[in-house]
Design a protein around this ligand. Structure first.
Ligand code: ITT
Length: 199
C-alpha cells in the first residue's frame, strides 16, 4: 500500500516533530507548511480552538490541494478562568518567546498555592480535504508549577506537571509525553478515523 500524503497546517517545528512521532506507524507521510513557505499566515482570530483549527485546516487544503490536518492547542488554567486558552501562543503579546509566556504565567500565579494551580492542555485536531471535515479532542490534566522543571519538550512543558507521572512534560522522554499528552490522545483518535477513510 502506498503512503497517503497529508499536510500538517502548522509552521511550528516543535509540533511537527511531535506529530510525526505520534503518527509514525501509519500509512501516511506528513508535509507541513514549512514545505509551503509562500502560503500566507492564517490569522488565529477565532473565539475557540475549534474555530482556529478549522480555519487553519481549510486554508492549508485550499492552498496545497492536499488533505490537511490542523492542531490548535491551549493551556487552560482554572485560577485564570481558562486563560491563556485560545491565546496560549500570544499570551505575553505578539511574536513573543515561549519563555515570555511562561514568565507571565508564573507572575500571574505567584501567590497561588499548589492545590489551586490546576490546569489542562486541550488539543483540537481538524481534518479537511474539501469534501470531508472531522474534528477530535485530546485533554491532559495537570498542575502549573511555580518553577521550571526539566529541559525537554517545548512551550509550557517545563511548568506543566502531570501528577499521574510525577513529573513535568519537560522531564519526560518523547515517548512518555506522547503516550499521555493532549496531542498524543487527539492524534491517535484522528489516526483511527483516518485509517477508515483513506485508501
Ligand atoms: P500553529 O498555530 O501554527 O500550529 P502555534 O505555536 O500557534 O502554531 P498552537 O496555537 O496550537 O500552536 O499552540 C499555542 C501555544 O501553546 C504554543 O505556541 C505553545 O506555547 C503552547 N503549546 C502547544 N502545545 C504544547 C505542548 O504540547 N506543550 C507545551 N506547550 C504547548
Amino acid at each position: 500500500m502506498g503512503l497517503n500524503q497529508l499536510v500538517l497546517a502548522t509552521r511550528n517545528r516543535d509540533k511537527v516533530k511531535e506529530i510525526r512521532h505520534i503518527m509514525m506507524n501509519g500509512h501516511w507521510e506528513f508535509l507541513s507548511l514549512l514545505d509551503f513557505p509562500e502560503m500566507a499566515e492564517v490569522a488565529e482570530d477565532g473565539k475557540t480552538l475549534l474555530d482556529n483549527a478549522l480555519k487553519k485546516a481549510r486554508a492549508a487544503y485550499r492552498w496545497t490541494k492536499t488533505a490537511s490536518i490542523a492542531d490548535d492547542t491551549g493551556l487552560e488554567v482554572d485560577q485564570l478562568n481558562g486563560d491563556p486558552g485560545v491565546r496560549s501562543s500570544r499570551f505575553a503579546g505578539e511574536n513573543v518567546s515561549y519563555r515570555d509566556n511562561n514568565e507571565k504565567l508564573l507572575r500571574l500565579l505567584q501567590d497561588v498555592p499548589r492545590e489551586k494551580r490546576t490546569a489542562r492542555f486541550r488539543c483540537i485536531v481538524v481534518f479537511a480535504d474539501g469534501r470531508k471535515e472531522k474534528w477530535v479532542e485530546g485533554i491532559c490534566e495537570g498542575i502549573v508549577l511555580s518553577e521550571y522543571c526539566g529541559v525537554g519538550g517545548f512551550g509550557y512543558d517545563p511548568l506543566f506537571y502531570v501528577p499521574e507521572k510525577g513529573k513535568t512534560f519537560a522531564e519526560m522522554s518523547r515517548e512518555e509525553k506522547n503516550a499521555i499528552s493532549h496531542r498524543g490522545k487527539a492524534f491517535r483518535l484522528m489516526g483511527e478515523w483516518l485509517k477508515n477513510v483513506l485508501d
